[in-house]
Design a protein around this ligand. Structure first.
Ligand SMILES: O=C(CO)COP(=O)(O)O
Length: 138
């Protein structure tokens, strides 16, 4: 599965702890992340991550583009709901695209834990069927 990992600054510690805790599961998947989040995860876990731009510099839009191209199966986006973000329109656009394309989106640590356990159990395997169908139509 292709998974995007994103965290606003005040949620980066949550994301690092999450990736340390679930490293054994995450290592089995292809990971993408916005710039700063991805670098910090890589430093803490050594997980291999496809790094995009930092969020405020277009990283959220790059994640959105991957969703629109059916290149992501799951988005874990630890949002900070208490701090205004200069790139709020990009954040909203990313979440909107998850809804447009039916991509599971966790916006906090508690829901990400549920998703990662579902992933381990194979609950998200329906995404593989969609991926196969998409590649046949290309
Ligand atoms: O701003 C972000 C998401 O909106 C995250 O970007 P960084 O990972 O570059 O901090």
């Amino acid at each position: 599965m292709k998974i995007a990992l994103i965290a606003h600054d005040k949620k980066k510690n949550d994301m690092i702890n999450f990736t340390i805790a679930y490293k054994d599961i995450l290592i089995e998947h292809t990971l993408y992340a916005t710039g700063t989040t991805g670098s910090k995860i890589n430093e803490a876990t050594n997980l291999s991550i496809n790094l995009l731009q930092s969020g405020p510099l277009g990283g959220d839009q790059q994640i959105g583009a991957l969703i629109a191209e059916n290149e992501l199966d799951l988005v874990l986006f630890f949002r900070d709901p208490l701090t205004a973000q200069p790139h709020e329109p990009d954040v909203s656009a990313l979440m909107r695209l998850c809804d447009v394309y039916q991509i599971p989106l966790a916006t906090n640590l508690a829901s990400a834990e549920l998703f990662i356990k579902s992933l381990e159990r194979g609950d998200l395997d329906w995404r593989r069927i969609i991926d196969e169908r998409e590649s046949e139509n290309k």
